[in-house]
Ligand binder design. Structure first.
Ligand code: NAP
Length: 281
């Protein structure tokens, strides 16, 4: 069994990006720039934002952090985004989700144009992905693809099963695997025979949010198992896969923590550099 090391892979990606941002600066005289917007005081969001800014520092990306109070109005937030859209020094805009409940998330995300949408949430970017064309892709599923690529996991002709169909993970994950010529099955909460579907997987991606939902009896021997889940339990952080037992059957497996998680921020930085490159081509 090979343990897929997301931490080491993310470190390697960040080192490559540092070289890339330095080259960008030499060629254009500009720094790659990412604006990060956080509304309110959600502790988990504060940690995510801090880590994203740290990632920027490590890779030579200039970050523009905007911390807004909990009672920020929709108009104030949209005005800030409008300014960031017009700002030549900002190549990517990230609004940390979830937003406080009184704000309209859909409208806010629509205000970020596809060329600065480093999260890959804009309908145009999702449309390009669905068409099998190049746009910006959501960071977590993109991170999974990067892990599979770097561990040389063959996807063409393989059966991939994705458990979960959310907009930010399951759906784009399934499209990426399809674009890589896998035969893809998507499972969700209404799937009536989850175990049977999972047993068919050469590559199994769990993105559900249910601790240890995927057990040993649901996994084919020699499968590649990717665990996107991040669940806080009384015993600490755990994934959607029963790691200890599934690891005995899998050919490759990601741990939680230290698997997919570190790749998400690395891909955000990669998307930012790609947006800057496209802008300054
Ligand atoms: P989500 O929006 O809650 O979606 C969960 C999906 O799982 C839904 O499609 C749901 O089906 C499906 N589901 C729920 N119960 C199921 C069951 N018993 N059997 C089969 N499918 C079931 O969650 P998400 O945002 O995609 O996140 C999923 C997990 O990944 C969470 O643990 C989250 O914390 C983690 N995550 C990690 C990262 C990272 O960087 N590592 C990033 C994002 C998310 P329906 O559509 O039918 O409701």
């Amino acid at each position: 069994m090979t343990l897929i090391d997301g931490k080491a892979t993310a470190r390697a990606v960040r080192a490559e990006l540092k070289t890339e941002t330095e080259r960008f600066e030499r060629e254009t005289g500009k720094k790659v720039g990412l604006a990060v917007v956080l509304v309110g005081n959600d502790p988990a969001s504060q940690i995510y934002v801090k880590n994203k800014i740290k990632g920027c520092e490590e890779t030579g990306i200039r970050s523009f952090a905007h911390y807004l109070p909990e009672d920020t109005t929709q108009e104030e937030l949209l005005a800030l985004i409008e300014g960031l859209v017009a700002d030549e020094n900002v190549h990517g805009i990230l609004v940390q989700l979830p937003l406080p409940r009184h704000l309209d998330e859909g409208e806010v995300l629509k205000a970020i144009p596809p060329e600065k949408d480093v999260d890959g949430f804009h309908a145009e970017n999702i449309g390009l992905l669905a068409l099998g064309e190049n746009g910006t892709v959501a960071c977590t599923p993109l991170g999974v693809m990067e892990l599979l690529k770097r561990y040389r996991v063959e996807l063409s002709g393989k059966h991939a099963v994705v458990v979960g169909r959310s907009r930010i993970v399951g759906r784009p994950m399934a499209l990426l695997l399809l674009n890589a010529d896998a035969t893809v099955t998507v499972c969700h909460s209404r799937t009536s025979d989850l175990k049977e579907q999972c047993l068919r997987a050469d590559v199994l991606v769990a993105a559900v949010g249910k601790p240890r939902l995927i057990t040993e009896d649901m996994v084919k021997k020699g499968a590649v198992v990717i665990d996107v889940g991040m669940n806080r339990t009384s015993q600490g952080l755990c994934g959607d896969v029963d790691f200890e037992n599934v690891a005995k059957k899998a050919a490759y497996i990601t741990p939680v923590p230290g698997g997919v998680g570190p790749m998400t921020i690395a891909m955000l930085l990669k998307n930012t550099v790609a947006c800057a490159r496209r802008k300054c081509k």
